[in-house]
Design a protein around this ligand. Structure first.
Ligand code: C2E
Ligand code: MG
Ligand code: MG
Length: 568
């Protein structure tokens, strides 16, 4: 084991502080958006951990698999580095731009990325882990291109805050219109849909997206361009960390670990190709190894398919969703919520799940926004409320009663018929139900949400503002809404123990919620230490993988029955 204290900065005793009166006054005096815009404290890793951030949609390098776990070449290599250094790796993949922001704030230690001169002004880089290239992608009918310099009067899709965006900015003078998108694979899809003339994307990512999304008419039009080192980046001031990672990468290379990871993740992209060559190269043992690798690869192709569902044929998707609802094939999971003071179960949040007949399991993000756009959300919400409440009837009857939280959109609350139907579904027991509406949604439609509330309240149905802190609440709207619960956004909870800015925001939010007469819940609690911190800080309720993962309705009912305090 390496001396961990010297690998990463240490901070002991980051004790939760009780909400103080001045903090509450501060929170009430400022809008929360101002608070969020305040300069961040530089957070440091907990001793013994290595926090790796990145893009949740960047297969095969870094992505979240269908269970929300980080995976890919970069992830596997970072895991090996952490093991070599005796550190506990913690992966925090999400939006690419957010990863860069959190790296700059010191809330994560490392992010894999392309080297660039511009980036070198902001970060320290390890030695290269790969040399990679970009290419210009377009349709088969387009002429071949030799470089990006030749482009004029065209629309080029790039990922936001990417090396491609940086390279293309230099071309703006030639009338190039940049279409900046949140994900790399989205740039290829934009070309397939005719939204852009070209995509400038890393070669492997581009080919991968074409294969996975069956973008048959899209090809690489240029030779490999922008040859760049691919490195781990750390914040400036972390030269100690970079030196240790460099030494570790050296060892992993010498031991062949990096080589094996490359073959597993990158050298073996095409699931149809590799079946034959290992027989030539490595006999039966090789065939067995690659057989497993191919299986693993197929399993790991899910996240890209999830992403595609969001950009695919919305019309067909919605008609399939309507079929699934009609045939009662739309599923859900329940994630238990706990009283942080007493440890007692409070109820559960319903999280929709859809196993699409062809695309496999789809995450809510892949179809809920589409359903909101198409107007199918109301039917989905009502179906889920009814199914969830039907399950709740199997739960023990305890005092105070266990609740079911259901996520709704602003459109739902603006729909008077749906509000009536939800009230009917409660059959006089409104206390059974909490409706969660995201802060962003509340603030987009404050009037319509506020209108629906009195009727819901009159029947005992409660309102929770979900993902609180991620939107931009004005305190005026918050006061008018008078929510029953504020649910602190997961992004403030995951790094709570090491980020002083997150601690300040969470503490202020607890004070604010209590001043408004609301309870406060935290989501995304992944470990016992975070749970303890929140309990000591006065947070009322908690939910997260560290307490219980989302589970089937049967499993939740069984969990309740096996809990002695539930009285059965
Ligand atoms: P949300 O309401 O904030 O739900 C919490 C999400 O965080 C869930 O993801 C849950 O699986 C995940 N989660 C819970 N604990 C942890 C943790 O400790 N760590 C991490 N990393 N994640 C955790 P899911 O199920 O993918 O849902 C994503 C979002 O989709 C939800 O966010 C909600 O906004 C929306 N959604 C889910 N079900 C429905 C629904 O029935 N209707 C509507 N309108 N939206 C839904
Ligand atoms: Mg929710
Ligand atoms: Mg949430």
């Amino acid at each position: 084991m390496k001396p961990l204290g010297r690998v990463l900065d240490q901070r002991h005793g980051a004790r939760p502080r009780r909400p103080r009166w001045w903090l509450t006054v501060l929170a009430l005096a400022m809008s929360l958006s101002m608070l969020l815009a305040a300069p961040a404290f530089a957070g440091d890793s907990a001793p013994g951990t290595l926090r790796i951030g990145g893009d949740a949609h960047y297969p095969p390098y870094q992505f979240l698999d269908e269970d929300g776990r980080a995976d890919g070449f970069d992830v596997a290599l970072a895991r090996a580095v952490a093991a070599d250094l005796g550190l506990e790796p913690r992966f925090e993949l999400g939006e690419w731009e957010v990863a860069l922001d959190r790296l700059a704030r010191g809330e994560i230690d490392l992010v894999p990325m392309f080297w660039s001169a511009e980036r070198e002004q902001h970060y320290l880089f390890t030695q290269p882990i790969l040399i990679r290239h970009h290419a210009l992608f377009g349709t088969r009918q387009q002429a071949r291109l030799e470089s990006i310099e030749g482009l004029a009067n065209v629309r080029v899709a790039v990922q936001r805050a990417s090396l491609a965006a940086e390279a293309m900015r230099a071309q703006a003078a030639h009338g190039v219109t940049l279409l900046e998108l949140p994900s790399e694979s989205g740039t290829l899809v934009a070309v397939a849909r005719g939204d852009a003339d070209y995509a400038l994307a890393p070669v492997g990512i581009g080919y991968y997206a074409i294969h996975q999304f069956e973008l048959d008419n899209v090809i690489a039009l240029s030779p490999p361009l922008l040859e760049r080192k691919y490195v781990f980046a750390a914040r400036r001031g972390r030269a100690d960390l970079v030196a240790r990672i460099d030494a570790s990468l050296e060892r992993l290379r010498a031991d062949g670990v990096q080589n094996d990871l490359y073959v597993e993740w990158i050298g073996n992209l095409n699931p149809h190709r590799p079946r034959r060559w290992p027989l030539l190269a490595g006999g039966l043992a090789g065939l067995f190894a690659v057989g497993l690798g191919t299986y693993a690869w197929r399993r790991r192709t899910r996240p890209a398919r999830l992403a595609f569902a969001a950009v695919g044929d919305e019309h067909a998707l919605m008609s399939q969703l309507r079929d699934a609802i009609a045939a009662d094939r739309l599923g859900f999971m329940l994630q238990p919520q706990v009283d942080l003071r007493t440890g007692r179960w409070l109820g559960a949040e319903l999280l929709v799940r859809w196993h699409h007949p062809r695309r496999g399991p789809l995450a809510p993000d892949a179809f809920v926004p589409v359903a909101e756009r198409s107007g199918d959300i109301a039917a989905m919400t009502l179906h889920l409320v009814r199914c969830g409440l039907a399950q709740r009837r199997h739960w023990p009857r305890v005092e105070p009663p266990l609740h079911l939280s259901v996520n709704v959109s602003a459109n739902d609350l603006a729909d008077a018929q749906l509000v009536d139907a939800i009230i009917d579904a409660c059959a006089g027991d409104g206390a059974a139900l909490i409706l969660e509406i995201t802060e962003t949604d509340v603030m987009r439609e404050p009037e319509r949400v506020a209108e629906a509330l009195p009727r819901l309240r009159a029947h005992g149905i409660r309102i929770s503002v979900d993902d609180f802190g991620a939107g931009h609440s004005s305190l005026v709207n918050l006061r008018r809404l008078a929510p029953d619960e504020l649910k602190i956004d997961r992004s403030f909870v995951v790094a709570l123990l090491t980020s002083r800015s997150d601690q300040a925001i969470v503490t202020a939010t607890i004070g604010l919620a209590h001043e408004l007469g609301a309870t406060v819940a935290a989501e995304g609690i992944e470990d016992a230490a975070t749970q303890r911190w929140l309990a000591e800080a006065g947070c009322d309720a908690g939910q997260g993988f560290g307490i219980a993962r989302p589970m089937t309705a049967d499993a939740f009912a069984a969990l309740l029955r096996s809990t002695p305090s539930m009285g059965e």
